[in-house]
Design a protein around this ligand. Structure first.
Ligand code: NAP
Length: 350
């Protein structure tokens, strides 16, 4: 199975090349492999939403050299007519002997491909690098399984867990390289969400200042209409969704969504508006509300070697009697960025 793991890793790396253009579809990569010669014949990936699936591109690139060969795909081949015909038909027609799959498709409409291939006499091996494939498609999995956007919270604190001084000043806790990393993170998410406390304190732009990258949609949580419309987040550089409790006269690029206190409903509504992934960059109040409502999937926590003593916490209002009851992040990755640390972990794994 070792050889398949290496090849599947290549499929996953290929899939990443789509760089989000595939959304809301999954990231998928495929390889056509010759077991006898031990060589890769061709490869392909799902480049863009609505365009050919990874298997179709890999098979096309094999120029007919598929009979008796093996195909590796990072996601179960689809069995349905969506924007393109079923990939299972093409795999069967192409005469493959074996199909190696990393993960089954959670989308009921498209799943069942592995069974169809088995029934057609193709040997199917499932679960090769499944964990990695699920990580690659964490946004797709959350979207399909919960009809909600994937939500990542980013925070930057001192050693003693403060996100700002008591007077609200927070520029800058982390070093320049760490802040560049934040720009890169922003460019990977479809939307950035922040709240009135942070916007009134910092008047942030919440954009991406990297070359050739578009700025994410801004989702602004302002239940009591505290933010004046001339603040940076309301400029028309990007689509804006304002969450509040009233009906306001707003410029055309600002959509309004009412909030009745139910975050589960709010995120479902945001998903209905086409929002698949969100990066939250807010202060203690909003972070705490989202964590208490169990709406955060992942955290990127930057830590700088400073001590504020009194200051604003990254989160508050959680109160446990037992350490074992507290939130324990999983799949931890730690990166050192000069004198700062970035700790990445999952609250939920899909
Ligand atoms: N270091 C970092 O990573 C970082 C990141 C972002 C912000 N900050 C700093 O964080 C500070 C702002 O934090 P913040 O907590 O004041 O604001 P915030 O979290 O940005 O905003 C609080 C939001 O939550 C709402 N809310 C709902 N229920 C709440 C509750 N029970 N308690 C508090 N708010 C509730 C508030 O509505 P209402 O406004 O209507 O009350 C407001 O929209 C600023 O100093 C900013 O510089 C630091």
């Amino acid at each position: 199975m070792m050889k398949y793991s290496k090849l599947m890793q290549k499929c996953i790396n290929l899939a990443k090349k789509a760089n989000g253009k595939n959304m809301p579809n999954p990231f998928v990569g495929a390889i056509v492999y010759d077991e006898e010669k031990k060589e890769i014949i061709s490869s392909g990936y799902h480049k863009k939403y609505g365009e050919a699936h990874a298997e179709v591109n890999a098979i096309k690139n094999a120029n007919g050299n598929t009979i008796g060969k093996t195909i590796l795909v990072s996601l179960e081949p689809c069995s349905h007519y969506g924007k393109t015909p079923p990939c299972t038909d093409l795999i069967i027609k192409s005469g493959f002997k074996k199909c190696i799959i990393a993960m089954l498709d959670p989308n009921k409409k498209a799943s069942g491909g592995a069974e169809i291939l088995k029934n057609a006499g193709i040997e199917v091996v499932e679960g090769i690098l499944e964990k990695e494939a699920r990580e690659l498609n964490k946004v797709f999995l959350k979207n399909i399984l919960f009809k909600k956007p994937y939500v990542m919270l980013k925070t930057a604190t001192t050693l003693d867990g403060k996100i700002a001084l008591l007077n609200g000043k927070s520029k800058w806790i982390t070093n320049e390289k760490a802040r560049l990393k934040v720009q890169k993170l922003r460019s990977k998410y479809q939307a950035i969400m922040s709240a009135s406390g942070t916007i009134l304190a910092d008047n942030p732009k919440l954009n991406v200042r990297l070359k050739n990258k578009t700025s994410p949609i801004r989702i602004i949580f302002d239940p009591n209409n505290k933010i004046p419309l001339n603040y940076n987040v309301f400029n028309n550089d990007a689509r804006v969704i304002l969450i509040n409790n009233s009906k306001l006269e707003l410029p055309k690029h600002i959509e309004q969504l009412n909030f009745d206190g139910n975050f589960d409903k709010l995120f479902k509504e945001l998903f209905m508006m086409g929002i698949c992934s969100i990066m939250v960059e807010a202060g203690c109040g909003f972070n705490s509300e989202l964590i208490k409502a169990d709406e955060i999937d992942e955290i990127n926590h930057f830590i700088a070697p400073k001590i504020f003593g009194d200051g604003l916490n990254f989160v508050s209002g959680l109160n446990y009697n037992e350490i074992n009851d507290s939130i324990q992040l999983k799949n931890i990755k730690v990166e050192q960025i000069e004198d700062n640390l970035l700790i990445n972990g999952k609250i939920k794994i899909y």
